[in-house]
Every structure is written in structure tokens, then in C-alpha cells.
Design a protein around this ligand. Sequence first.
Ligand code: DI6
Ligand code: FE
Length: 406
Amino acid sequence: MAGRQPCDSLWLGADIVTLRDGRYHLQPAGAIAVRAGRILWCGAEADAGDFAAAQVTRFTGGIITPGLVDCHTHLVFGGDRSDEFAQRLEGVTYADIAARGGGILGTVRATRAASQAALQQQAAARIACLLAEGVTLLEIKSGYGLDVASELRMLQTIRALGDALPLTIKATCLAAHAVPPEFAGDPDGWIDCIVHQLLPRVAQAGLADAVDAFCEHLAFTPAQVARVFDAAQSLGLPVKLHAEQLSALGGSSLAARYHALSADHLEYITEDDVRAMAASGTVAVLLPGAYYLLRETRCPPVALFRQYGVPMALASDSNPGTSPVLSLRLMLNMACTLFGLTPEEALAGVTLWGARALGEAHQRGSIEAGKYADFVHWPVAHPAQLVYWLGGQIPCQTIVNGERRQ
Ligand code: DI6
Ligand code: FE
């Protein structure tokens, strides 16, 4: 037929939850046309006759959502910390364990001792759980190497995972995660090393997409974080921050001053910090897994984020200490049940706002013409069902850059 636009593939037969602007924006009986890995058009199936597709996939009902985004993980690490989990259940705190040289430093020892092949293979097995749930964009942080060579090796492992696996992986340098044993009592010495030695090499080799730090009384002060951020910005790398997880140090206001992509955790954030984040457009990344596993009692102030218009993302924070979490869908349910998000807010948190927390919202995170064709078909009638079930598996079909994944 004259005038039909050619495209590579056409996907029909399901309702489409576009998540444009962070709302469901449901398109009943929708269709998606894909060309060169990107969404060419999305609309009603009745209008899909305008496209001549090389390949047509017709689903029998269900919904299509954007691919899920897990925007905060520490999935590359050696060893495990189930012993600390047992200790914490007996009343030993996370801070006590860290003060005894366990916690993050325990994982640093195990990570340094592991081969790169082992680190990659173990991380790939964990990532397989996220792939099975429709994750198409994933962030992984370094931060368990804590010397120049080991941090570089972690970041190289993250890049290798991105090359090997069928999803997009963003790498974040979290060298300011804990004070390494070689710098015990001298945190500023490690910050010097990060600023003068590590970050220039990371930037030069293109090994990171962003720089993060842990701003906390048991990690680094806002002044130390500011030095890391100055160095990152001078190298052209965006920043993000672990802030106000265990105490209020004003890290999220500091992050806002540096136009950080996100500030993450935020249980102890103040209203002034929320205002600063709103003004800078910094995303609030909420991490219900760490909240739950630390048996934290203070929730992030969801009502304030809504009031000031700070977008809320959700992530697994998957790590061997505070959040051994391998399900993003579980986080959807926990963010609603524990923090009071609506199912719509929760889904937006693992799609559009997760993408924005990675600086990717212009090209991923929602189903809109021009963005990469990352989307997931689910055999459910309504998107809230993805949030409401706790556990189990919902068999989904994932399309990444316009290609069916499995
Ligand atoms: N906050 C966290 O939740 C993780 N890192 C951080 O800065 C915990 C990492 C760990 O305990 O291994
Ligand atoms: Fe974290």
C-alpha cells in the first residue's frame, strides 16, 4: 500500500502502559512500531496499518510496560555476609559490625581475593534474576576494591558484564564507600588518592558513567564528599550520593548543589534538603530493601517528595550487607507497603525515574517515539498486578533495543 512507513517490527495485541511523564497513560489495544532499535511510533492498534513491518508479533492480551530499571546496585562482589545477617538478628548493629572491621571491609577482602572471572560469573548469576523480571537497564557500583587497581578491576568487570549480557549496564565509581585498611585513620588520604590517582584513570579509560560516595558518620563527611564531587565534575562525570541513610548530614543538599543525578536512601532527609533537591532536579532513589533488612523504623518522607515535586525512583540496592535483594518486583511491593507509594508511583520509580537517576531518561524509561525500544510484555490485566504480588514469577517477554531477549 502506498505511503506505508517501513519499520523493522510491529508489536500488537496488548494494552500499553507508556509511563510517559511517570504516569500509566494506558493505551488500550495498543501497538508499537520499531525501527533501528528505537520506537518509531506507539498508538492504537487501529492506526497500525500505516506501518509496513518486516516482522509482526501479536500478543494475546496482557500489558506492555517499559523495560524495568534498577538504578542502584552493588552486584559485583566476592564472598557473602550471611553471618552478619545472623548477628544483626541478635542485636549487633550495622555500625558495630563495621567498627570491628566487618561489613563493607569484609566484602573488600573477599572481592580483592576473587579472580575477575569469578566476580563476573557470580554477578552474572545474580543479574539473571533481574533479567527474568524484565530489567533492561541496570546500574552497578564499584566500591569493594578500595585501592586503585582493585577499583579499576571492579569497573572493568562491570563493563565486561555490559558487553556480555542482553541489557544496558551503567557503571558508577563508588571508591568513597569506606576507608580502606591501608588508610585506616586517614580518610583524607584515601580521598586524595581517589581525587588525584583513581578518578583521572577511570575517566581516561571511560570506565564509569557517574561517581558516587557514601556520606555517613561511618563513612565520609560532606566536606570529603565535596572533594570527590569537585574532581568528578572537573573530569566531566555526573555525581550521585548515598545520603541520610542512617543520620542527617545534609548530604542530599550537597548533592543538589552539584546537580547530582540522584540522592539515594534519604530516610533522615530534612525538608530543606528536599527543597534543594527539587530545585536542582535531583531524583530521590528509595531503597526499601536496605530499610527492611536493617529493620530501620524511619521512612523516607514520601509526602514531602510529592509536595515539592521530587521524582521518586526505586531500586534494589542489591549488596551483600544491607540489601541482599535479587528482585526488583519485590521492591515495588515493599515501597507501597512500607513507604506508602501508590502502585503507579512505584512503577514509575522503576522505569522513567530510575532512568532519570542514571541520566538516561531522554532515551529510555518510557514507551515514547524516539526512545530505545526497551519494553516488556506481561500476562496480567492491569499494571498494579506487577506491584501487588509478593514473590513468585510472572513470566514476561523482554524486548531490548527492539530485539526479543529470550
Ligand atoms: N549503603 C548501603 O546500603 C550499602 N552501601 C552503602 O553505602 C551497603 C554496602 C555493604 O554493607 O556492603
Ligand atoms: Fe547502596
